[in-house]
Design a protein around this ligand. Structure first.
Ligand code: ADP
Length: 478
């Protein structure tokens, strides 16, 4: 394909050279000759009246390489010959008869000038010069001479007729030589195009073909394919890097999906097993229909419903069909409220909640969703608190007007290489699902969905063994 394009390109260039050479060369050459003769005629007219006109004419004949015959004009036609130069030997002017001169003048008098072409062959026919036979100088049939006749006026107002003749070089033979040159050029161009096509196909097309083939394998689910390509072209390097990145992301998503199915089926199955088990016990064993057992069923059913809600909510964020219900409220109050209710709930387990807020932190946002974000962060802090049971909630206004909330724990922390991944849906640092740690790996992706809807900034700072600081910053006005 590449070669076909290059071949067409070369073809067009050659055609252009060929046509310009064969069509234009002759014309351009004739034009140059005619203008040269006209210039000579102009010079002759200016010197015609002067003393040394004959000498001047000879100089002009040499300079312009023309034969010259200048006549004055009488009422009846051509008068006497005034000047004569360079008209010997090969010149046509020396073999024109008086009648021919008269006829040329008559033709020129109609429009002021006339141009005739004469064959050169007879002029240079073999002739004896000094006893030796001279070979014909005119080798090609198209070698000829042109005669130009112009009616002019001298500076003193005399009317004169200028006859000029010049040899036209056989352009055809020059063109022939050029054609050979073009033929050679064509061969060089075609060979060059072949080499170029080969090099280009090796350096551009081949890597692209390999990338395409690998992309096909990737589409078929082989996420381990490596796109790394040795190429000196930056774009190909970038393409392969991008494809490698895409393959990495796809494989991550694939792994996460598989994990999700494992997690969710586990999360769904455990409460369901409990509900069924307790239900059967209560049905079959007398005296087991106790409020504690009913409570277990209710708790497990709630857990199930919470999980299903999370999944539904996340899929709505992903579909982008969630809208915000914006109102103004005090963020400081919200933080205090959350800390108080968690504190009450977890008092028995030794948790302590500290709140650090100014008196008021007015914000315009979706109150329920911001509550949900704080709840999710606090419940993560509780879940991953480890032995340290102190959790800090901080709220403050930043210099640029953003409202910053931090949820700080001194728990197990998150490994640095996992920090970017925790915001991914279904991601859990500890893939081994612990029943004691509630959560399906959806909490932070829901937080992210809500914060992004609010155009908020968010992030986490964490050190293994030292704890984590999750933060988000709500813009001053929504
Ligand atoms: P989960 O429901 O599993 O808690 P999340 O999306 O809320 O899911 O969190 C994703 C993962 O991020 C968690 O599984 C956990 O490994 C890690 N993580 C979240 N918050 C904390 C925290 N405060 N301390 C340590 N690890 C955390």
């Amino acid at each position: 394909m590449l070669f076909a394009y290059l071949a067409v390109f070369c073809g067009v260039i050659l055609l252009l050279i060929w046509s310009s050479q064969s069509l234009l060369l002759n014309r351009i050459y004739s034009r140059i000759m005619l203008s040269r003769m006209d210039a000579a005629a102009g010079d002759l007219a200016t010197i015609c009246d002067s003393e040394g006109a004959q000498r001047g004419a000879e100089v002009i004949a040499v300079n312009y390489q023309v034969g010259i015959a200048v006549f004055d004009l009488t009422d009846t036609g051509l008068g006497s010959r005034l000047l004569w130069a360079g008209g010997e030997g090969g010149s046509v002017l020396s073999r024109l008869t008086n009648a021919e001169y008269a006829e040329l003048y008559a033709a020129a008098s109609v429009s002021g000038s006339v141009t005739r072409t004469y064959s050169d062959r007879f002029d240079f026919a073999p002739s004896e010069v000094g006893g030796t036979l001279r070979p014909p100088l005119s080798i090609t049939a198209d070698a000829h001479r042109i005669v130009r006749v112009r009616l002019m006026e001298t500076p003193s107002g005399n009317q004169i007729v200028v006859f000029l003749d010049a040899a036209m070089m056989p352009v055809g033979s020059a063109a022939g030589a050029l054609q050979v040159e073009i033929l050679l050029l064509s061969i060089v161009l075609v060979v060059g195009a072949l080499c170029l096509a080969y090099v280009m196909s090796r350096r551009i097309v081949a890597p692209i073909t390999r990338l395409t083939e690998k992309a096909g394998r990737l589409a078929g689910g082989h996420y381990d394919v490596s796109f790394a390509e040795e190429s000196s072209y930056r774009e190909i390097g970038e393409l392969s890097a991008t494809l490698d990145y895409a393959a990495g992301e796809l494989s991550k998503v694939d792994g996460l999906q598989k994990e999700l199915i494992a997690n969710i089926s586990h999360d769904l199955r455990t409460p369901l097993t409990m509900i069924i088990g307790y239900g059967e016990i209560m049905r079959d064993i007398e005296g087991e229909n106790k409020p504690e057992n009913v409570q277990v069923i209710i708790d497990e059913a709630k857990r199930l419903s919470g999980l299903v809600n999370d999944i539904l909510q996340l899929s709505r964020y992903q579909a982008g069909c969630e809208t915000l219900d914006i109102s103004s409220f005090n963020l400081a109050e919200e933080l205090q409220h959350t800390a108080a209710s968690y504190g009450q709930m977890l008092e028995g387990r030794g948790f302590h909640f500290f709140v650090q807020v100014p008196g008021a932190l007015p914000v315009t946002a979706d109150r329920l969703r911001v509550q949900q974000v704080i709840n999710n962060l606090v419940s993560n802090a509780v879940n991953y608190a480890g032995d340290s049971r102190e959790i800090m909630l901080i709220g403050k206004q930043l210099a640029d007007g953003y409202l910053r909330v931090e949820v700080v724990d001194h728990g197990e922390g998150i490994p640095p290489d996992k920090l970017a991944d925790i915001w991914q849906r279904y991601y859990k640092v500890d893939a081994q699902h612990k029943r004691s740690v509630i959560g399906s790996g959806l909490g932070l992706s829901i937080v992210r969905g809500i914060l992004e809807l609010h155009h908020a900034r968010y992030g986490v700072e964490s050190r293994l063994g030292e704890g984590s600081r999750f933060w988000f910053e709500l813009p001053p006005k929504q």
